[in-house]
Design a protein around this ligand. Structure first.
Ligand code: NI
Length: 250
């Protein structure tokens, strides 16, 4: 092979290479286009799933910024003394909260449950007598949940849709699936342990973020006092108190 033929062969090879490269690039960008279409498709799906965040107008974003939603939740009630005090306070401040009730307390204090419902608070289920559901048989665990649902229904005419299992411990293989939404928490005030107003307030103020669910117990004077201060301070900081259904499905 002389120099000229060598060059010609090389050019031919280069030419072929370029065709290959163009085909490859063509194929690649076609693939990329397909991918983008798929991504757009799934983005639209996400937007629908995530409360249409992508479609927010500036105005909507502005409104959401102004209202940072959080939820106060109270477990283990109703308590004969402190729950009515808490309801008085919430009424005075025009705040709605969520109460996860124990069936055995509901049985004792139906009037308080009735008032809770009439005043617009959300009522959830906290089992019948605060046993750790995962340590019970499925039948026993279900009966803890169902019995409490029936008791609440007999007073309010509404079946609770939200369940907070005692100790935040749900039983995985529970086959009585009652179609309830499990609600845990973001900020644990440990109010039952400290029973100290200032400690409860500072737990909340140090940890609170938009969208948080605060865990408290309407069984202590200190919690009622702490709640009063928490509402005032967080409202000043631009927070709005809502019931947990609004946080979960908003
Ligand atoms: Ni509890």
């Amino acid at each position: 092979m002389n120099r000229a033929t060598k060059k010609k062969a090389w050019q031919k090879l280069l030419y072929l290479d370029m065709i290959c490269l163009m085909l490859l690039l063509g194929g690649f960008s076609y693939q990329k286009m397909g991918q983008q279409i798929r991504e757009t498709g799934s983005m639209q799906q996400n937007a629908q799933g995530d409360s249409g965040e992508q479609e927010n107008t500036d105005e909507n974003v502005e409104t959401e910024k102004e209202k940072k939603k959080i939820a106060l939740t109270f477990d283990d009630g109703p308590h004969p003394v402190y729950t009515p005090e808490m309801l008085d306070l919430l009424k005075e401040k025009d705040v709605k909260a969520t109460f996860f009730l124990l069936g055995q307390q509901v049985e004792k204090y139906p009037d308080i449950v009735k008032r809770m419902n009439e005043e617009g608070h959300l009522i959830g289920n906290h089992s019948y007598k605060h046993e750790q559901l995962s340590k019970l048989s499925s039948v026993q665990a279900c009966s803890q949940v169902n019995r409490t649902n029936e008791l609440i229904y007999s007073i309010t005419g509404k079946y609770p849709e939200y369940l907070r299992p005692p100790f935040g411990d749900w039983k995985d293989d529970l086959d009585c699936e009652v179609n309830m939404v499990e609600v845990l928490w973001d900020v644990d005030t440990l109010d039952w342990s400290s029973q100290n107003k200032d400690k409860v307030v500072s737990k909340v103020m140090k940890n609170i973020e938009e969208g948080d669910i605060i865990l408290m117990h309407d069984s202590y004077e200190s919690t009622v006092q702490a709640t009063a201060e928490i509402i005032d301070r967080l409202q000043e900081d631009g927070y709005e108190f809502v019931t947990v259904d609004e946080l979960i499905f908003d």
